[in-house]
Design a protein around this ligand. Structure first.
Ligand SMILES: Cc1cc2nc3c(=O)[nH]c(=O)nc-3n(C[C@H](O)[C@H](O)[C@H](O)COP(=O)(O)O)c2cc1C
Length: 315
């Protein structure tokens, strides 16, 4: 893999840093997409990702919602997976020896409250995760995230200040795009000890209807919107957060090309998450985005990713 990307790194420097974690390039697999096994994470790393995030783990196993849980539409995807996962005990077995993945692996954790979060964190002890992402922002899982009121500034502060004490790993807090004043929520996370912000989770919930069946398509009826429809909103969220906090941002939402990644960096992100584009461009999307970034940077006389971070904030 190193050889395949050698030509890229000689011309421009795609490396970046996220909460003290060094990444060879700014692309990161977003949580919930292919992150269910170590084998899949390795595949994404081989396809060129700079880091990978696992599917969110809860304390107990969660069955998730009934099918259909995902549906595509002309501007992206609607999903109500419902945080289906095997729980921290089984998850910890799957994610041992993470050095084998070859790039930094970020743990994503969810909980119904601080007690859950702390126990899930305990389950991660001794594993080789590079950072922990605390997801407070799912719009379609009862008891978790938005449906548990975890995304207000007050709840964010309360949860993060406790969770902070449970780990020495860099702590990212994943926010929802649904709150107009997302900068305030990000600041609450920073004040409570977060090392970085992941912005954003899916938008919504939204709905699509099968008009022949006269029924919502998803069994859960509503789901989170991701992909192209989310991109302008995710960009604005990252732009606002960059003005509100000093900690780094992992920008996520609708990124599928090198141009999109550069746009997200210019809004203020230090690295970019990719989720739905894995469905539209395949697992190769990570290598392709890096190559497209490099081409644009060369043409535009830019030698380092660091020159792009926050560039759109210049007066
Ligand atoms: C099928 C699917 C499952 C997801 N599962 C999770 C999850 O378990 N935890 C989480 O924090 N975000 C989850 N997300 C949200 C993504 O990580 C990402 O924040 C969102 O999809 C926006 O990025 P994108 O437009 O590149 O997909 C999921 C998204 C999709 C489409």
């Amino acid at each position: 893999m190193a050889d395949r990307f050698a030509s890229l790194t000689t011309r421009v420097d795609l490396s970046t840093e996220l909460c003290g974690v060094r990444l060879q390039n700014p692309t990161v697999l977003a949580s919930g997409i292919l992150g269910t096994s170590k084998g899949l994470l390795k595949g994404v790393a081989l396809a060129g990702a700079g880091a990978v995030t696992i599917k969110s783990l809860s304390l107990e196993p969660l069955p998730g919602h009934n099918n259909p849980i995902v549906v595509g539409f002309e501007a992206g995807m609607l999903n109500a997976v419902g945080y289906a996962n095997p729980g921290i005990k089984e998850g910890a077995k799957e994610f041992s020896n993470l050095k084998e993945v070859g790039v930094p692996v970020i743990a994503s954790i969810i909980g119904r409250g601080v007690g859950d979060f702390m126990k899930v964190l305990e389950g991660l002890w001794g594993l080789d995760f590079a950072a922990v992402e605390v997801s407070l922002s799912c719009p379609h899982t009862p008891g978790y995230g938005m449906l548990a009121g975890q995304n207000t500034p007050e709840a964010t502060k309360e949860i993060v200040s406790v969770v902070r004490k449970g780990t020495e790993l860099p702590l990212l807090v994943k926010l929802s795009p649904n709150i107009p004043e997302i900068g305030r929520v990000a600041r609450a996370a920073e004040e409570a000890g977060a090392d970085g912000i992941t912005a954003v989770n899916t938008l919504g919930p939204g709905m699509l209807i099968n008009i022949e069946a006269r029924q919502p398509i998803l069994d859960f009826k509503v789901g989170g919107v991701s992909g192209p429809a989310l991109r302008p909103i995710a960009l604005r969220c990252v732009y606002d957060i960059y003005k509100s906090v000093k900690i780094p941002i992992l920008g996520v939402g609708g990124i599928s090309t090198g141009r999109h990644a550069i746009e997200m960096l210019m809004a203020g992100a230090s690295a970019v998450g990719i989720g739905t584009a894995v469905y539209s461009r395949g697992i190769e999307v990570f290598g392709k985005v890096c190559q497209e970034m490099e081409e644009w940077m060369e043409i535009n006389g830019c030698t380092s990713v660091k020159e792009l971070i926050g560039a759109a904030h210049a007066p």
